[in-house]
Design a protein around this ligand. Structure first.
Ligand SMILES: Cc1cc2nc3c(=O)[nH]c(=O)nc-3n(C[C@H](O)[C@H](O)[C@H](O)COP(=O)(O)OP(=O)(O)OC[C@H]3O[C@@H](n4cnc5c(N)ncnc54)[C@H](O)[C@@H]3O)c2cc1C
Length: 461
């Protein structure tokens, strides 16, 4: 492709900013990042309280965050944040140690069985499901893998593996089919409580591309990365180091693709480009986010785009930042496994104390409001339920200082996954001088989205 082409990137979150970085590194310098809001970082949102930054969005990474590491190297920064740690409580607020055999004598047989199954699962993923962990979803529904390995060198790998079709099954069914149902006890912590839905509804592909074996073990060992100035700072740094920082407050009212060009109306003025990369939401299923229906609203959306993107669903993940009286401040972060089941939809699943050395800080709380078989828990009601739960946990809130329920983890159903949704969308890449990136194309975390942008640039530019 001609290195001088004019490329518009819609969205200044991790996907959009890293697309700019990778394009630039490949010699494409004529790009413009159009960001609707007044700041960069998207769902990496690290506001300040009492002189320090806390996290309303992304919190952590693992050592296999190679794309985030690319960004760190590009900017000369590193993950220098507070060390994470956590304990566990039951839904009545009692501290428990669910994985400690000596504290759970009756559960010893189950714990031993679980340990065996985790080992077996690791072996199955390496052998029967070879290729399961490459970034993106190309070919999976057809029993193929085609992408880049999750290694520092990101070798290109491709091959046929009929077993990969199983990844379209709900993760629960996938585990049962492989005789390893107890591994869910380990995977659920960094999955459901992190807002990515429930194992009986979400395709195993999403669970395992994010929580590949190595990543899950890093969570178990709490071998995690954080950033002192927050995850938003990573993207602010990147924005400061790329040739063309994002143009914040860019309101796009229209995108028209004709005659091999892309015309984008930004703040009332038409700009001409050759290609557009969309990292902003492709579709917002039900108008739940105000008037925003995603790109199909402001693009001259074609029938195939409408048809495919209307299949996208997302999670309603709710975060509150609260202060407490000094005596009520939790000594550490807590997971509440009892609340990570659909019967407890809307309840507090995890709460996060970021700063060990200060109690004059906020803690953040996390709850999910949707499951495909259940009525959505309204936002205000969910927030109230979480505040009630904090009382039960013996850490009542004094004041809520921040809250949001965000368009989170866009994904498709098991049925659409099995029917080849991803291969249909991948076949459309570039068709209307348009490329689709961001969370839906890989998975809703910082690294998978940035990695997908890297691959997109690698494949098409
Ligand atoms: C509570 C929470 C906890 C999380 N925890 C973690 C974690 O610990 N680790 C991790 O790796 N990830 C975590 N994530 C997920 C991670 O933040 C996202 O997956 C990542 O930010 C996605 O990047 P993105 O660029 O695809 O999308 P986004 O971050 O959503 O960025 C999209 C950008 O596009 C902009 N935009 C939208 N519409 C338009 C438009 N019409 N025109 C122009 N711009 C537009 C938005 O303003 C936004 O800046 C968490 C997220 C949340 C909310």
């Amino acid at each position: 492709m001609d290195k001088n082409i004019r490329i518009a990137i819609i969205g200044g979150g991790p996907a959009g900013l890293s697309a700019g970085m990778y394009l630039e590194q490949k010699g494409y310098t004529n790009y413009s990042i159009l960001e609707k809001s007044a700041r960069v970082g998207g769902k990496c949102w690290s506001p300040r309280y009492n002189g320090r930054r806390y996290e309303m969005g992304a919190i952590m990474g693992v050592p296999s965050y190679y794309a985030v590491e690319d960004v760190e190297k590009f900017c000369g920064i590193t993950h220098d944040g507070p060390k994470l740690n956590r304990n566990y409580k039951n839904s009545r607020g009692k501290v428990i140690e669910p994985f400690e055999p000596k504290k759970n004598l009756l559960k010893i047989p189950r714990l031993l069985k679980m340990k065996k199954q985790v080992k077996l699962f690791g072996e199955l993923l390496e052998t029967k499901y070879k290729g399961y962990d490459v970034n993106g979803h190309r070919g999976v529904a057809e029993g193929r893998y085609d992408g880049y390995a999750v290694t520092p060198g990101r070798e290109k790998v491709e091959g046929v593996n009929e077993n990969l079709k199983d990844l379209a099954l709900p993760f629960k069914t996938f585990c049962e089919k492989n005789g390893v149902e107890l591994v869910q006890d380990i995977w659920i912590g960094p999955y459901t409580s992190f807002g990515y839905g429930y194992f009986d509804e979400i395709p195993a592909a999403y669970v395992l591309k994010y929580l590949d074996f190595q990543t899950t073990m890093n969570f178990v060992k709490v071998n995690l990365w954080t950033w002192e100035q927050g995850t938003q700072w990573i993207w602010e740094q990147l924005n400061d180091h790329i040739m063309h920082p994002a143009r914040v407050n860019s309101e796009i009212s229209k995108v028209e693709r004709r005659d091999g060009k892309v015309f984008i109306t930004v703040n009332g003025k038409v700009e001409e480009y050759d290609k557009v990369i969309v990292t902003a939401p492709l579709y917002v299923a039900d108008g739940n986010m105000g008037n925003n229906n995603g790109m199909v609203d402001y693009f001259d959306a074609r029938e195939d785009e409408l048809e495919l993107f209307s299949k996208i669903d997302y999670e309603r993940y709710t975060v509150q930042a609260v202060t407490t009286e000094p005596k009520d401040h939790p000594e550490i972060s807590y997971y509440v496994f009892d609340n990570m089941v659909k019967e407890r939809l809307g309840h507090l699943m995890v709460y996060y104390r970021r700063w060990k050395d200060s109690i004059d800080q906020v803690i953040t709380t996390y709850a999910l409001r949707t499951h495909k078989d259940m009525e959505e828990v309204p936002y205000d009601k969910c927030n109230e339920m979480v505040l009630e739960d904090l009382k039960i946990m013996h850490n009542p809130a004094k004041e809520v200082v921040n809250a949001w329920s965000v368009y989170y983890f866009p994904h498709i159903s098991c049925e659409d996954y099995a029917a080849g949704w991803y291969d249909k969308v991948e076949a459309m890449q570039g068709k209307y001088d348009t490329f689709y990136a961001g969370e839906i194309m890989a998975f809703g975390d910082m690294d998978e989205t940035a990695e997908y942008s890297r691959e997109l640039v690698e494949r098409f530019f």
